[in-house]
Design a protein around this ligand. Sequence first.
Ligand code: ASP
Ligand code: MG
Length: 413
Amino acid sequence: MALYVEKYGGTSVGTAERIQAVAETVAVSARQGHRMVVVVSAMSGETNRLLDLAAQVSEQPSSREQDVLLSTGEQVTIALLSMALENIGVPAKSYTGSQIKIITDDIHSKARIQSIEATRVNADLDEGRVVVVAGFQGVDSENNITTLGRGGSDTTAVAMAAALNADECRIYTDVDGVYTTDPRIVPEAQKLDRITFEEMIELSGAGAKVLQIRSVEFAGKYNVPLRVLSSFTEGFGTLITDEDSSMEQPLISGIALSRDEAKVTVRGVPDKPGIAYSILGPVSEAHIIVDMIVQNIGTDGLTDFTFTIPRADLDRCRELLEPVVKSLGAAEIIGDSDLAKISVVGVGMRSHAGIATTMFEALSDKGINIQMISTSEIKISVTVDKEYAELAVRTLHKAFDLGEEKNITACPD
Ligand code: ASP
Ligand code: MG
């Protein structure tokens, strides 16, 4: 008998009927004798509704209280799902993050899981109960409720799977798997049967919204096989695992689009040691994630320094940098949020030359101007004017033949 951790997202538990449907699905595996841990999100729209309420009573809600508030969304669904399971004769018990003892650090609204107490869960499983766990939340060492960031229930599920040494972590959502790109932009996009952790991490980091990136990193680190599948339709979804050398590798696995980027340029900074550090130091201290970084060759002892960050952090980043710019004697800060980032990802890139050329040629044929470029071993990202974002994705999907039913390139010997 296997141990499965299954996670059901907000749309999968969006109504009482949906919760009953989830209970039916879980019951099938439980009745087969599998040990089942189920992690749930808040009902769809609930987290936003709570955030909205907070905004109505306070201009700057304290992050501690906001976490207390947001964690209630998941508390509703664990109770309802446990009731629905018991109602069809499946013994179940619900737990909040603090009851299990999902210990996190104390960074409210983006807390990281540090440890999970498995004893109580294992005892329930031994007694044949389904254990239903509230996603997205934990508790810090001072017993304050914390939350893990939007989409954090995925991370809860993977962390539970790692802590319990589960056979598979299944993320049930409203899509039936991971696609070569967003099918709303490219209707020919193909569902992938398998993808590697590494590729999925790059795709999530590059804007693919299927899974919270931290959950994939976690799964890769602890080697927890992760399956993304739909709670609305039948199918095996997409399995995310370690790279298997016997597996035929497609050249490019997917293309991600992120519209949530902003570009910050500090113009006219003196070209001398320590500049990158004085600009990016305060930014990273504020937990703002910096992605692409470009520094031009200096002329006349001055240079421009450009980097991208999440758009939501643009105002805060400018505020942080005002004093830095003054003390460096730089000319100005320019913020730009009219851009989008497009990334092509594939482990096949390691063994094939010319991917970047194909990419740049295809974009140039459509007259799309590339602003910034960055690469990793298995990813090439560019930023373009946001007006051309969808055209760029369609163009590249075609250039790499990703719409073809079987886009497998055999591994070179
Ligand atoms: N309820 C949280 C959110 O909406 C966590 C989750 O759904 O994973 O972001
Ligand atoms: Mg979600």
